[in-house]
Every structure is written in C-alpha cells, then in structure tokens.
Design a protein around this ligand. Structure first.
Ligand code: NAD
Length: 260
C-alpha cells in the first residue's frame, strides 16, 4: 500500500488527475493536489480527501507553465511530508485548429503544460527518489502519443514527446528502483473532452452528436468512453510491487483505438 508515501499529482483539481489523487489517498498516501479552479471547490475537495481517507492533503497552485513554480511544488511537498515517492505528471490542455490557423501562443502553452512541465517536475523529484532507492513516475500521455488526429498538432506533438521522455527517464532511473511509465487513454469523458466539442464541430462542420459518435467514439472500437476510475486503477497498479519490472512502458487504455 501507499501508506507513509507521498504522491504529487499535477492537474488534479479535475478529471483524471483528481481520480488518481483520490485512489492514492484511499490507498494511504499523503497527496499534493494541483491545478486551477474555484478556490472554495478546491479547498472542499482537499479537506474531503483528508476526512474521507485519513491522510494529509496539500494544495499547490503551481502553474505548470512556470518551471520555478513546478520545482517549488516538489520542494514544498518534500518539506511538508518528508518525501515525494510518486509523481504523476498529468496536467494537460487541448486546443483544436488547423496548423495554419493554430495560435502560436497556444502551441507554446500546450508544449509547456503537456510536455515541459513533466520534465521540470521529474527533474525536481529525481534526487529524492534516487536517495531513497524507490520511486514511481507516471505520465498521463494519450492515444495521441502513438497516433495522430488532424487539428491537434500541439497536443499530438507534446504527447509523442512525453512518450519519449518517459522512455529516457526509465532508462536513467532503472538502476535506482524508480520506474517511469506512461498511461495512454483514449477518450475519457472529462471537461477536457467536453470543451473541445464546439471547436471540433467548427473545424469539421459537424453537429455535437456527430462529433461524439462519428469522431470521438468512432476512434474506439468498443464505442465506449474510458472512465477516470479505470485510468486511476492502472496508475495505482503501477505503484505496486507487481509492477516493479514495468518501466519505460506506454500502456494503452483506449478501447482498441491504437490497435487499428
Ligand atoms: P481536465 O480538464 O479535467 O483536467 C486538467 C487538469 O489540469 C485540471 O486540474 C486543470 O486545472 C489542470 N491544469 C490545466 N492547466 C494547468 C496549468 N497551467 N497548471 C496547472 N494545472 C493545470 O482534463 P483530463 O481529461 O482529466 O486531462 C488530464 C490529462 O489526461 C491531460 O494530460 C490530458 O491530455 C490527458 N488525457 C485526457 C484524455 C481524455 O479523453 N480526457 C485522453 C487522453 C489523455
């Protein structure tokens, strides 16, 4: 179990990250949650985790576009709880537009949040993990780390990048008891997916129902969305002893999408 361990989960005020933070807390970990949102709602979530699972939960407002804030988030977690044993690089955003119309600042923001933030957090967490000879780094990649879709240039580039970072870190840390893997979900019903529907309607000239059925679920042979709890269960599995020889892997959970 994760009792007496500490997990930092970036982008965990919503969606997949929140489900991961909660399942880790349920397993006994102290957790650092991070991300944006309504302050009162975040505080309610944080306090709720402490109360429901009997662990400590800290909120970090670190902006994943800011390397110094990312390093401070890891340092603050180590100061508060004594270690960062599990790091989940999960924060991510999406933007849908053809390349020639893709706003340059959106490209930079997506590369920063979806890719570079994982580098900065991993860099900050490694010394402590190495010194304790144990660690788990889990990156939320995507089916888009393996295949592309039109109009998602920055996202696909960042996710392919995080798959490469995962493999590199896995090789560097293999002798030190630290595993590094990525999870690659297909479509999971979260605000990130819901918010891209209007732009996808525009980019492809489709209705909302057509986007859900002919674009999103069309990609997944099961014709079902992945759930946040399914992703969280895989993340928890990767923290366990049974997963100690899984490293450098890019694990799909995509209803068969990337098998096609
Ligand atoms: P979400 O929108 O529900 O959650 C995203 C989280 O990231 C939120 O907590 C948000 O506040 C946080 N965030 C955004 N910008 C941030 C910043 N600058 N600094 C700190 N935090 C920031 O989305 P989700 O679907 O749960 O996505 C989580 C991860 O899963 C992302 O990396 C996403 O690419 C990936 N993913 C999602 C799907 C899907 O279908 N939903 C599929 C594959 C991969």
């Amino acid at each position: 179990s994760l009792a007496s361990k500490t997990a930092v989960v970036t982008g965990s005020t919503s969606g997949i990250g929140l489900a991961i933070a909660r399942v880790f807390a349920k397993d006994g970990a102290n957790v650092v949650i991070n991300g944006f949102g309504d302050a009162a709602a975040i505080e309610k979530e944080r306090a709720g985790i402490e109360q429901e699972f009997g662990v400590k939960a800290l909120y970090s407002a670190a902006d994943m576009t800011k390397p110094d804030q990312i390093a401070a988030m890891v340092a603050d977690a180590e100061k508060a709880f004594g270690s960062v044993d599990v790091l989940v690089n999960n924060a991510g955003i999406q933007f849908v537009a053809p390349i020639e119309e893709f706003p340059v600042e959106k490209w930079d923001q997506i590369i920063a949040i979806n890719l570079s933030a994982a580098f900065h957090a991993t860099r900050a967490a490694i010394p402590g993990m190495k010194s304790r000879k144990w660690g788990r780094i889990i990156n939320t990649a995507s089916a888009h780390s393996k295949v592309a879709s039109p109009f998602k240039s920055a996202y696909v580039a960042a996710k392919h990048g995080i798959a490469g970072l995962t493999k590199t870190a896995a090789l560097e840390l293999a002798p030190h008891g630290v595993t590094v893997n990525c999870i690659s979900p297909g479509y999971v019903w979260t605000p990130l997916v819901e918010k891209q529907i209007p732009d996808t309607m525009k980019a492809r000239g489709l209705t909302r129902e057509q986007v859900i059925n002919d674009v999103l679920l069309e990609a997944q042979p099961t014709k079902e969305f992945v759930t946040v709890d399914q992703v969280a269960a895989l993340a928890l599995f990767l923290c366990g002893d049974a997963a100690s020889q899984i490293t450098g892997a890019n694990l799909s959970m995509d209803g068969g999408w990337t098998a096609e």
